[in-house]
Write a protein that binds this ligand. Structure first.
Ligand code: G3H
Ligand code: 13P
Ligand code: ZN
Length: 318
């Protein structure tokens, strides 16, 4: 059942975080639904601009609609990940999305406020929630000074002003993570101090953590052993999700880890079965492995086992 992102956030806030997983194809979708049902977790299925363009957005939407029929017990929201203004309007108009993300974080503050506010007005008119972003995620180099690194993080005072002026429903904050498989060099990690300050200024307001893949060492080792070349890959410690959730993080975005599972499965499969050219055997292994991965993540996020509680909660909320 497709539900509102707001309802999921309301139930989770301060207690656990909802996993927001990116999908691009059928096999990811199957693994995603199975993994969430295996762990009895509500979830957010997110689609990036690139995912919409990979085949045709109607293909992806069709797969999701079918998954909703195949897995009627599932509870999930459909979210546009990292949208620009035009894509946000398209998704708002389509009536298919529970929420959209407007990412104008690369623009100057005032411009980010203006763009986000326009998207919020359009989305709220249709009952759709908006995630916005303030601060800069990005590759943090070891030789960047502490001051320069801090300057990219979300400023807690600005975050409060931004939320009040735009009316957005959740905020993606830069607290030290970055996208992809190479997040930290040396000893950097999450800036809980910044998160704490943001929560103090915005109590009860849902925060979002992008770039939250943990890039498991074992996954990287197996990929490299099967011919890959991912050198120095490092991610977020998944044991820190629980602390982040207590500080107001209600949505944790994970994409790269799923791609690593895909790469490991396919590299190993074809190395072990050089005679094979059928896509289904490795596809089956991937769906099972991805489901296992999702169930494990949901344990770490605290969303595992919450499905029936959420169903009852959303039922009462109307
Ligand atoms: O934050 C970006 C997500 O990992 C989506 O990546 O734009 O390559 O689909 P993508
Ligand atoms: P990762 O690259 O860490 O998986 O982050 C995904 C993300 O933030 C999607 O918006
Ligand atoms: Zn992101």
């Amino acid at each position: 059942m497709i539900v509102t992102t707001k309802g999921l956030f309301k139930h989770a806030y301060g207690k656990y975080a909802i996993g927001a997983y990116n999908i691009n194809n059928l096999e990811q979708t199957m693994g995603l639904f199975r993994g969430n049902l295996d762990s009895q977790a509500p979830f957010i299925l997110q689609i990036s601009k690139g995912a919409r363009a990979y085949t045709d957005k109607r293909m992806l939407e069709g797969i999701i609609r079918a998954a909703d029929e195949v897995f009627p017990e599932a509870i999930f929201a459909v979210h546009l990940d990292h949208g620009d203004e035009e894509t946000c309007y398209e998704c708002i108009e389509s009536g298919f999305y529970s929420s959209v993300m407007i990412d104008a974080s690369a623009k100057p503050f005032e411009e980010n406020v203006a763009i986000t506010k326009r998207v919020v007005d359009a989305a709220h008119a249709k009952g759709i929630a908006v995630e916005a972003e303030l601060g800069q995620l990005g590759g943090v180099e070891e030789d960047v000074s502490v001051d320069a690194e801090k300057a990219k993080l979300t400023d807690p005072d600005q975050a409060k002003e931004f939320v009040e002026r735009t009316g957005c429903d959740s905020l993606a904050c830069a607290i030290g993570t970055s996208h992809g498989a190479f997040k930290f060099k040396g000893r950097q990690g999450l800036h809980f101090d910044v998160l704490e300050e943001i929560q103090k200024r915005l109590p009860g307001f849902p925060l979002v953590m992008h770039g939250s893949s943990s890039v498991p060492e074992e996954e990287v080792r197996r990929i490299n052993a099967a011919g890959g070349k991912l050198l120095g890959a490092k991610g977020v410690d998944e044991n820190e999700f629980a602390r982040a959730a207590q500080l107001g993080v209600t949505k944790v975005n994970i994409d790269t880890d799923g791609r690593l599972v895909w790469t490991r499965v396919h590299r190993e499969y074809f190395l072990e079965h050089p005679e094979n050219f059928d896509l289904r055997p490795p596809g089956k292994v991937f769906m099972a492995e991805y489901a296992k991965f999702i169930a494990h993540k949901n344990e770490k996020l605290g969303s595992a086992g919450k499905l029936e509680e959420v169903r009852a909660f959303l039922g009462k909320e109307g």
